[in-house]
Design a protein around this ligand. Sequence first.
Ligand code: DGL
Length: 259
Amino acid sequence: MIGIFDSGISGLLLLEKLESLLPGCPFIYYGDSAYAPYGAKPPEVISERSRAGCNFLINRGAEIIVLACHTTSAVIGQTMHRHLSVPVIEMIQPVVKEAIAASDGKRFGVIGTKTTIESGAYQTALKGLDDSCVVHAKACPLLVPLIEEGWRNKRETKMILRRYLRPLKLMQVDTLLPACNHYQLIYSLIRPRIGKKVHLIDPLATLAAEISSLAFPQNFAVSESVGRQRHRCFVTSRTEYLEKSANYYFNQPLKLTQV
Ligand code: DGL
């Protein structure tokens, strides 16, 4: 069984992709909704909460953990394997490899939560793979709340996005890494504002492809805690609003269990 960890419910976007790529594979999902968003939380809190969430998944039968959260991956992705008894897949390495392969001029823009950008994880990973990379990173703390509020198509959101992307445009980045799951929901707004020539990386598609290329799903057992269900989803706080958003992110009705 594959365990998916996220700060909240935007990791359901990955679950949806994986379910279509890996038919027959069981999944268990954990969203730390009581502490979400992680984006401006201190690294110590994110590390502790993420470790606890991943161990929850392992205790219920997860045989591998996917950190489907850029903020968690940025803070603890490289060292999480030391704390867990099963293999871990984080987001940054696959996404950075994809970005370097896509880029013509190695001029990268990275946007993400405050904690992701301040961690320097994407910047370090890009330069670690190719030290000729020029990286401009911009924290966009207003985007997650706007997206969660359903303000995706509001004028205010477009204005704020334009303002966040402007310095990256001025720096003439040729590849943009939207390093936050929520941004997938506003790709159609990002594209015209960053320019049509800029390569726009899709981290969730990259991560889903990476996981499915490992070709291990047939080895995963359907655990008793999941039973006949295709997936089981746990959250640390369940409200009507969260359920509605989860159905939207997952594109179909979904049962969330509070732990
Ligand atoms: N899941 C987080 C990420 O992908 C976004 C939401 C949050 O701040 O918790 O970075």
